[in-house]
Ligand binder design. Structure first.
Ligand code: 5GP
Ligand code: ZN
Length: 132
């Protein structure tokens, strides 16, 4: 059973922020910050890499609209847009979804830290482009 498919079908209650034929946006039960919202396709895809391009484009267009609405009406100063992809990246519900996390100030209960590493950038580029 997929918990988000059950929410989409209406079998599990949710607080709906937006809905159309293709997507559903709901308040995240954890509310990492006030207004933490999840936007998901109604079709079940384990992660966004599996989505057809047109469905992903629609999803992300709506993510922008909803992020504008949420940040403006909740008077947030910014937001983080996050797609955790696969368990290694922290995905816990295997029905792809986009987090909209409004940001208010430095006391927000979320930490994103990018530590530096020494990698050979040219070698990485070659590998990404499939040239080695
Ligand atoms: P992930 O870690 O997969 O990127 O995020 C899953 C998110 O789904 C978590 O932030 C979690 O709080 C939220 N979540 C899990 N179960 C439910 C639920 O039943 N209802 C709602 N609204 N959110 C849920
Ligand atoms: Zn699902």
């Amino acid at each position: 059973m997929c918990i988000f498919c059950e929410i989409i079908k209406g079998n599990i209650p949710s607080k709906k922020v937006y809905e159309d034929d293709e997507i559903l946006a709901i308040l995240d039960i954890s509310q990492t910050t006030k207004g933490h919202t999840l936007v998901m396709p109604k079709n079940h895809y384990e992660n966004f890499l599996e989505m057809p391009e047109n469905e992903f484009e629609h999803l992300m267009g709506k993510v922008q609209e909803i992020a504008k609405q949420v940040t403006k009406n909740l008077e947030a100063n910014g937001c983080n847009i996050l797609i955790n992809t696969n368990a290694v990246a922290g995905q816990s519900v295997m029905h792809t979804h986009v987090h909209i996390i409004p940001r208010y100030d430095e006391n927000d209960t979320i930490t994103l830290s990018f530590k530096e590493n020494e990698f050979d950038l040219d070698q990485i580029l070659e590998q990404i482009k499939g040239r080695n």
